[in-house]
Design a protein around this ligand. Structure first.
Ligand code: ADP
Ligand code: 5GP
Length: 221
C-alpha cells in the first residue's frame, strides 16, 4: 500500500559552468560577480595552483596555493578532475568537492583554461556548460592586464603573447561573449544560467506535474 505522504521533490543534478578566456579578458571579475549573487546560489570551484600568490589574493579563497611537489603528489593520487600547465605554472581542479556538490543539486563555476575544459567535457559532457570570453581588442586586453596591476611587465608580456593560443580555442565552447561592457556580459551570463536551468533534462520534478495534467477528466466551462 502506498503511504499517504507527498512524494519528495525530485532533485536535479547541478551543472558546471566553465568560463575561459585569455588572461585579462575579465573571467575572474565575472566569476566573482556571479558568486556574489546569493539568489543564484552558485558554488565556486577553488583551484590548486603553483603560481605565486598575487598581492590581492587569499589562500583557499582565490586558489589553494601549493608548491610543485605538493601539486604533483596530489595529481599522482588522482586528486584532480583536470589539470594543466598554463603560463609555466600548474593549475588543477580538486576532484573531491565536485561530485558532492553536483549530486546535492548545486551548480558550480569553474574558471579554467581550454586544456582543462577539454578534459572536463570529455569526462562529464552532460554536466558541463562552456562559455568563452573574448576581449573587444588586443589593445584593450593589454590595457586591462596593465590596469589590473597584479603582474610584472614580463608576466604581462608573456600572457599577452599566449592570448592568441587561448583565443584560437573559442570554437570549442557552447557560448561566446565579447566582454566590452561588464554589465552586459554579466547579464548575458545570467541569461545563460537561466536557460540552462530550464533545460528539460534539468527539470525532473516536472514529470509529476505533466502526469497530473494528463490525468482525469478535462474541466468544463
Ligand atoms: P581574467 O580573470 O580573465 O584574467 P580579470 O577579471 O582579472 O581577467 O580582469 C582583468 C582586468 O580588467 C581587471 O582589472 C578588471 O577589473 C578589468 N575588467 C574586466 N572586465 C572589464 C570590462 N568589461 N571593462 C573594463 N575593464 C574590465
Ligand atoms: P591566473 O594565473 O590569471 O589566475 O590564471 C591563469 C590561467 O589559468 C587562466 O586561463 C585560468 O582560467 C587558468 N586556470 C585557473 N585555474 C585552473 C584550473 O584549475 N585548471 C586549469 N586547467 N586552468 C586553470
Amino acid at each position: 500500500m502506498k503511504a499517504n505522504i507527498p512524494d519528495a521533490p525530485v532533485a536535479r543534478r547541478g551543472f558546471i559552468l566553465i568560463l575561459s578566456s585569455p588572461s585579462g579578458a575579465g573571467k575572474s571579475t565575472l566569476t566573482r560577480l556571479l558568486s556574489q549573487n546569493q539568489e543564484l546560489d552558485l558554488r565556486l570551484s577553488v583551484s590548486a595552483t603553483t603560481r605565486p600568490k598575487r598581492p590581492s589574493e587569499i589562500d583557499q579563497v582565490h586558489y589553494s596555493f601549493m608548491d610543485r611537489q605538493e601539486f604533483e603528489a596530489l595529481r599522482d593520487r588522482d586528486g584532480f578532475l583536470e589539470w594543466a600547465e598554463v603560463h609555466g605554472n600548474l593549475y588543477g581542479t580538486p576532484r573531491a568537492p565536485v561530485e558532492k556538490t553536483l549530486a546535492s543539486g548545486h551548480d558550480m563555476v569553474f574558471d579554467i583554461d581550454w586544456q582543462g575544459t577539454l578534459q572536463v567535457v570529455e569526462k562529464m559532457k552532460d554536466d558541463v556548460v562552456t562559455v568563452f570570453i573574448l576581449p573587444p581588442s588586443m589593445t584593450e586586453l593589454r590595457n586591462r592586464l596593465v590596469r589590473r596591476a597584479e603582474d610584472s611587465p614580463q608576466v604581462i608580456d608573456a600572457r599577452l603573447a599566449a592570448a592568441r593560443d587561448e583565443i584560437a580555442r573559442w570554437e570549442n565552447y557552447d557560448y561566446v561573449l565579447v566582454n566590452e561592457d561588464l554589465d552586459q556580459s554579466y547579464n548575458a551570463l545570467l541569461a545563460i544560467i537561466a536557460a540552462e536551468r530550464l533545460k528539460r533534462r534539468r527539470q525532473p520534478a516536472l514529470a509529476q506535474l505533466v502526469e497530473a495534467l494528463m490525468q482525469g477528466p478535462l474541466p468544463t466551462a
